[in-house]
Design a protein around this ligand. Structure first.
Ligand code: SF4
Length: 238
């Protein structure tokens, strides 16, 4: 991060998301991408960016294992906002992965599965960009409580921007309802955070919003934001 960006990053720590998104667009132009899995924060991001820089590319990690409701939402938002939506797929289909690593890898080694289906594809997709926008928020989990608004993403060699780091779940939902934005129907059935159908369960209201993700493994992150505790073995052929 250059000293100038570092200084601006400090000034943006308490700025409003619209201001942060505007800065991101002015600073990085066509080298900026939005990365979203169509959680509610991502939808608010897409809505605000319609007023700032609608052509900004939108990258989503299509693992091939998403819920039908997620694919429906993706199609709906792509049409409504005329998005430049890029569905980033892993190099292997689920069947090819099963052939090489065994069936249901996500049950035996979800870190490796996420590495193959999310981390590596995102790294490849971000190669042409200098900065990316994420929907990370500090209230989502203890892991995310110190999320900076602007940071250096060493693994992907870029700048990561979390415009909604300071927003709460309630504020996001108010925005969604005030603007009558579509959202994943599974949120109405107790799923606060939605990933692959293979690794997502509903969560109780008194639980951490991300507790339904990889619930049987004590894992709460896929690895695209935080390095996984155990290095992925070098035999991963991706
Ligand atoms: S969320 Fe589950 S199925 Fe999806 S990539 Fe990660 S481990 Fe694999």
């Amino acid at each position: 991060m250059t000293p100038q960006i570092q200084k601006q990053a400090e000034q943006l720590e308490n700025a409003a998301p619209f201001e942060i998104l505007s800065w991101a667009s002015e600073t990085y132009g066509d080298k900026l991408a939005i990365v979203t899995s169509f959680q509610v924060t991502g939808i608010v991001t897409l809505h605000m960016m319609q007023r700032i820089a609608p052509p900004t590319p939108v990258l989503t990690l299509d693992t091939g294992l998403l819920f039908p409701e997620t694919y429906d939402l993706m199609d709906k938002l792509e049409a409504r906002f005329n998005l430049d939506l890029r569905r980033i797929k892993p190099r292997q289909t689920p069947a090819q992965q099963a052939r090489d690593y065994g069936d249901r890898l996500w049950e035996r080694n979800p870190d490796r599965c996420c590495h193959i289906r999310k981390t590596i594809p995102l790294r490849d997709a971000l190669a042409g960009f200098d900065a990316w926008i994420t929907g990370l928020r500090r209230d989502q989990s203890p892991n995310r409580a110190a999320t900076p608004v602007v940071s250096r993403d060493a693994r992907n060699g870029s700048i990561k921007i979390a415009p909604f780091a300071n927003w709460t779940e309630d504020a996001i939902w108010r925005y969604i309802h005030n603007h009558d934005l579509p959202y994943n129907r599974l949120h109405n059935f107790g799923y606060p955070s939605i990933g692959c159908w293979t690794c997502t369960k509903a969560a109780r209201e008194d639980e951490d919003p991300r507790s339904g993700r990889w619930a049987q493994h004590g894992k709460t992150e896929c690895g695209i934001h935080f390095p996984l505790p155990e290095a992925v073995p070098s035999d991963v052929r991706v």
